[in-house]
Write a protein that binds this ligand. Structure first.
Ligand SMILES: N[C@@H](CCC(=O)N[C@@H](CS)C(=O)NCC(=O)O)C(=O)O
Length: 267
């Protein structure tokens, strides 16, 4: 038997299930879903074929090495190794593979310049500012969200909650409204959206409140949640209960969960 998380296959449900059904036709871009890249694709209207893969069960064709061994090495390395880390999101584009959510999102900007909206500002300085905030989300928001989810004792939860509030507060201070850069929805909004759509888990279980962050944060999160691309990629709440129960009891065996438990940087 494998790790317990393998038994949980996160299928899309609700609005997300319909979006999956609308993207079954073969396309030159094959998409193994993760939220940020999915929101970016929906924002830009790039044609893609959605393929389900269970990220908790590292399947041979996805990891690559095993696949190339299984197939007698006849597959090109690039195609076989869709993501050697075994994480989603990942894409195959014209027979080549890429992974890492923000890198994939930036690839969409570069490879599909005629698809709008631009998720990165056109001005080089503003693009650099966007990347500073993407870095903050990766280094501060995401790890503190995981820490509060997995913290078992009340004191550690309180520390993690304040860390997360502070990480969100820093973003809120820069929000021009309604979105991060003003009227244009950008990669900064895309990058933080999955930690807004799932904050009800820490609200219900860890005493988190959007209003403890700031009033601007409350208004901003409401705007992000109204965005079409965000709505279309959300599964039903009950669908997440099993997987988040494992995080809340600190039993999850995902790469992120293991890294947080060991005090390492999350992959
Ligand atoms: N830094 C990576 C993190 C990706 C990630 O953690 N993906 C999760 C799903 S959202 C996953 O594949 N988990 C399976 C595992 O950790 O075993 C990115 O942004 O793409």
């Amino acid at each position: 038997m494998g790790i317990p998380d393998e038994q949980i296959f996160p299928h899309a449900t609700g609005a997300a299930e319909k979006t999956v059904a609308d993207h079954q036709e073969p396309q030159e871009l094959v998409f193994y879903s993760g939220w940020r890249a999915w929101i970016a694709l929906e924002e830009k209207g790039i044609p893609y074929q959605y393929k389900e893969v269970n990220p908790y069960k590292k399947e041979a064709h996805f990891l690559g090495k095993a696949f190339s061994e299984l197939s007698g090495g006849i597959c090109s390395n690039s195609l076989a190794a869709i993501n050697p880390k075994g994480l989603v999101p990942a894409i195959e584009y014209k027979g080549k593979a890429l992974y890492e959510s923000l890198i994939i999102c930036e690839f969409f900007e570069d490879a599909y310049p005629s698809y709008k909206p631009n998720l990165l500002p056109l001005d080089p300085f503003d693009r650099a500012i966007a990347r500073i905030w993407l870095d903050h989300i990766s280094k501060a928001v995401v790890p503190s969200f995981h820490r509060i989810l997995q913290a078992q004792d009340v004191e550690k939860q309180a520390v993690a909650r304040e860390e997360l509030n502070e990480a969100f507060r820093k973003v809120a201070k820069e929000v021009k409204g309604p979105y991060f850069f003003g009227l244009e929805f950008s990669l900064v909004d895309v990058a933080i959206a999955p930690w807004i759509t799932r904050d009800y888990i820490i609200e219900e279980n860890r005493g988190y409140k959007r209003s403890d962050v700031s009033d601007v944060w409350v208004a901003y999160t409401e705007e992000v949640l109204k965005r079409d691309s965000v709505i279309k990629t959300i599964s039903l709440k009950e669908h997440y209960a099993e997987i988040y129960g494992r995080y809340l009891r600190d039993e999850a065996q995902s790469e992120a969960a293991k890294a947080i438990r060991a005090g390492r940087v999350i992959p």
